[in-house]
Design a protein around this ligand. Structure first.
Ligand code: ADP
Length: 598
């Protein structure tokens, strides 16, 4: 097949080599969004240029014509791919649906079919002859109507792509604008080269289609934007939505610590506009944030809370500074994220203050209770004393009715005194003022101390009472008999209070190698299982509606028992069956407990 060699072949070969290199470069990076469209564009451009190259190489008309038609495989695809590329790189990828792509391809596909069937309808080329241009044999064609349809359509698509870029470069932030402007610049190259071709502006290049040269320039800018800037690593639209709308301030610094991007929240925080901030040194802009500036001098990354301003203008920020590294792990800048946490901080302060106030209030309550209760004890004592004297007939004889009334007064006063005593003890426990005077004592001594009170109470309710000290116990124990007596009185008076018939049993006995126990068992009304824990809480009483026979009390007795036992290094437990009775056991160490104060 006859061929010719023209000077055009060299630049065309160069273009192909460049396009091929770009394709080879893009292939391993095809996962980057937009890179696949870019690769297809390279294929289309290579087909176009290669077709053009062969058109020029072969001499005979039919081979030349074949290659002219072959070029159109690329020519019709390029504008479509360009538009798709711009849509994808500006975050409009959602527009690239199968339907839309098919619609875009209608004209190109018709053109392609029209070209190969031109012999039958001559709508694309009306006529074609061989001629000499710059000493080379070339194909001269007279263009038909369909060519112009195709050309107009292609220009419209190119224009649309360029328009998309302009639109985005206006809206997007500084960081991406540079890249989009670069693309925009590249997108003008095919226009210029095409104009030169169609209007034969440079006579020396007559007949040579310069458009592939233009597109080569475009491809270079595309590759630059795509792979060098990694334009699509963060799709701009995603950046726009998230970063622009974030309540957190985001500042991006380059490796020279200059601000390259800043979102509206950061603009407000720093009190300067994006236009003011971009390009300026971070140290300058962040001057009021002195602590922060100190941070990224050396630190590669930091997370911390800082405060700015004073009094009413005091603001707290959570700051996170993270380095940005490129693929080769070189530091290329920092991202600073500032979050206003003033409200959270204020809330924390309020909670802390409320807690402190509650603690103070509780301490005051305890002190007040202790003082009042203490002051109540003496008048109550004299009421009781005088009433007992009245009842005993010391000032003069009294009748039966008066005697009974005085008994009621004595009963109520004793109850009141008991309540006040409990309050005083609870207040002492609350304020940590309980003092244990530990000494050696005999268990019998302990039992005797409560005998008279217990017997009198039991007798009043016609209850049998048995008290016993186990012979297995050592003859002396160690502890504070005063407080141990309080424990026993509380337990025994509860047993009597909540038992209507049967008996009460009080035992002092060994529990295990290290503990002895005070055990008070009754045949009273018992305690519901679900209340067994609660009864040891201060002021906790079983709801009167739950018990058939509500009894008066402060709800403090068992809480005092539990606390005293714990302070003595022991514990208290209860076993109870409703309607059958309860057994309370206080376990105490043989040696006075560590919790007890001397
Ligand atoms: P108070 O006896 O002053 O009400 P306590 O703290 O001593 O307060 O007791 C709490 C509650 O536990 C009592 O109100 C009562 O319901 C229940 N309780 C205590 N001891 C017994 C017992 N031996 N039998 C039945 N219930 C008891």
């Amino acid at each position: 097949m006859p061929t010719q060699s023209t000077p055009y072949l060299v630049p065309l070969l160069l273009v192909i080599a460049c396009l091929l290199s770009l394709a080879v470069y893009a292939w391993p990076r095809r996962q980057i969004p937009g890179a696949k469209v870019f690769l297809l564009l390279m294929v289309a451009l290579i087909a176009w240029t290669l077709g053009h190259l062969f058109e020029w190489t072969f001499l005979d008309m039919s081979t030349k014509f074949f290659w002219v038609r072959a070029q159109y495989f690329g020519i019709v695809a390029v504008p479509v791919l360009w538009l798709l590329f711009t849509l994808q790189t500006t975050g409009r990828g959602q527009l690239i649906t199968r339907r839309n792509v098919l619609l875009l391809l209608i004209v190109p596909m018709t053109t392609f079919v029209g070209i190969w069937t031109n012999a039958y309808h001559q709508q694309f080329w009306v006529d074609m002859t061989l001629g000499l241009i710059n000493n080379a044999v070339s194909l001269r064609t007279t263009l038909g109507i369909w060519f112009w349809v195709h050309a107009t359509y292609s220009y419209l698509l190119l224009l649309a792509g360029t328009y998309v870029l302009i639109l985005s470069s206006r809206k997007t932030s500084h960081l991406y604008r540079q890249q989009l402007l670069l693309l925009l610049f590249g997108s003008f190259a095919p226009w210029v080269s095409n104009a030169i071709t169609i209007f034969e502006l440079v006579p020396a290049w007559k007949g040579l289609d310069l458009t592939p040269f233009g597109f080569l320039l475009t491809s270079l800018t595309m590759a630059w934007a795509l792979f060098r800037y990694q334009l699509l690593d963060i799709v701009p639209i995603a950046r726009d939505i998230t970063v622009e709308k974030m309540t957190e301030g985001v500042i991006v610094l380059n490796a020279n610590q200059q601000i390259v991007d800043i979102n509206p929240a950061a603009e407000t925080l720093l009190g300067c506009s994006m236009a003011d901030a971009i390009g300026r040194s971070a140290r300058e802009i962040l001057a009021p944030w002195t602590d922060l500036v100190a941070e990224f001098g050396e630190l590669p990354s930091a997370q911390e809370e800082i405060s700015i301003g004073q009094d009413d203008h005091l603001r707290y920020y959570a700051v996170s500074i993270s380095p940005i590294r490129d693929r080769r792990e070189r530091l290329s800048g920092w991202v600073i994220v500032l979050r206003n946490i003033t409200e959270r901080k204020q809330m924390e302060d309020e909670i802390r203050q409320a807690r402190d106030e509650a603690v103070i209030a509780s301490q005051m309550k305890t002190r007040l209770l202790a003082n009042i209760s203490h002051d109540l004890r003496s008048p109550l004592g004299s009421i009781l004393g005088y009433t007992e004297m009245l009842q005993a007939g010391v000032p003069g004889p009294i009748n039966r009715k008066q005697f009974n009334m005085l008994t009621e007064i004595i009963d109520s006063t004793e109850q009141l005194l008991n309540f006040v005593n409990n309050l005083v003890e609870q207040a002492q426990l609350d304020s940590g003022r309980v003092v244990f005077k530990t000494r050696e004592f005999s268990p019998d001594e302990l039992l005797e101390a409560i005998q008279s009170t217990a017997r009198a109470l039991a007798h009043a309710k016609s209850l049998e009472i048995n008290a016993q000290v186990s012979t297995d116990l050592p003859s002396t124990l160690s502890g504070d008999p005063y407080w141990l007596r309080q424990i026993m009185i509380n337990l025994v008076s509860n047993a009597i209070k909540f038992t209507d018939q049967g008996r009460i049993r009080v035992d002092i006995l060994p529990e295990d190698a290290t503990h002895w126990a005070i055990r008070v068992a009754d045949t009273g009304r018992g305690i519901p299982q679900d209340a067994l824990e609660d009864i040891f809480e201060p002021f906790e009483q079983i709801d009167s509606e739950r018990s058939e026979n509500p009894t008066r009390g402060s709800g403090l007795g068992l809480s005092i028992v539990k606390q005293l036992a714990a302070l003595m290094g022991g514990s208290v437990n209860v076993q109870s069956t409703l309607g059958q009775g309860s057994t309370f056991s206080v376990l105490l160490p043989y040696k006075a407990g560590a919790g007890g104060k001397e």
